[in-house]
Design a protein around this ligand. Sequence first.
Ligand SMILES: *Cc1c(COP(=O)(O)O)cnc(C)c1O
Length: 369
Amino acid sequence: MAINLSGPDISQAEIDAVVEVLKSGRLSLGPKIEEFEEKLAAYVGTKHGIAVSSGTCGLHLLVRAFGIGRDDEVISTPFSFIASTNCVMFEGAKPVLVDIDPSTWNIDESLIEAAITPKTRALIPVDAFGEVASMVKIEDIAKRHNLKVIEDSCEALGAKFQNRMAGAFGDAGVFGFYPNKQITTGEGGMITTNDDEVARLCRSMRNQGRDTGMGWLSHERLGYNFRMSDIQAAIGVEQINRVDAILGKRTQVANWYRERLKDESRIEWQHNDPACTRSWFVFVIKLADEYSEQQRNDLIANLRERGIGCSNYFAPIHLQPFYMEQFGYKEGDFPICERVAARTIALPFHNGLTTADVDEVCTTLESLL
Ligand SMILES: *Cc1c(COP(=O)(O)O)cnc(C)c1O
């Protein structure tokens, strides 16, 4: 690909930090984990940060920490990455989906209450593409129905809603640090929470069920190895040290695109709630409704042929074959999600892009449209 879809922003500081850990001999369960946890929690504004091996593992641990299991239901959005709801399935519970808001593309909070049953235990709203979900209203719904809220903030590090940071809403938040995210550790994730008990349980379950201060072969509960290594945490520390610069550059690239495409009537945008300061994760456009899914797919194929990395992002969760098979979901169940998902395209988006790259992407896109 001449212009890649995504790419990490790695400086000499990250490279030096990794070398230092390698020379230290403490490659895991060392001091870098705590340093990264403290820095990230301070940035998000939560009491605790619990580093884990991926965002997916963070979501999974929280589902377990809240005791969600067989016969329970958890409400989430079909317009997300599949990890948002697989975490529920892994514990034998049922993900119940509700459609999205046609403008923000996040879960439509006005549909949540109708989906609540006596089995509902939690809500997992997702901050899609760095736009914070309607978290204040969602917290209110959860309170009234005695539900837990896990904020899937994997795409929203640094986003704010009414001056609260993404990941600081609900009972706990989760971040992911795969290389296409705002900051990366290669693979990795972080749970953020103000709840001491949730933090304690997650720390224990990520580390084979050991409790703090317990011996290596003493296990208080069922756990797993969901640990992050010190090599990864060292990268995370340097990334969070540079987070303002990294996010600033991403905003600049997004603004180049928005400026360049602002008069393009064949393209629509995810609405940015004025109460939300977006943290740019991906740059996603939506073709106008007169375009078909096939035309969108052809456009993606043609862009790729011309060396421009792009993707159909997201594919609706409820239309993944094993969701259709297991829960009976079918086409037409969530029409707004399907209408949006059939027409979205993620364009190349990372800090290495120049104005010339953005111009080339947009010129090619317009000529193909
Ligand atoms: C990336 C992502 C995850 C999972 O994060 P990983 O670190 O890749 O496991 C979960 N939810 C959403 C919405 C994501 O974008």
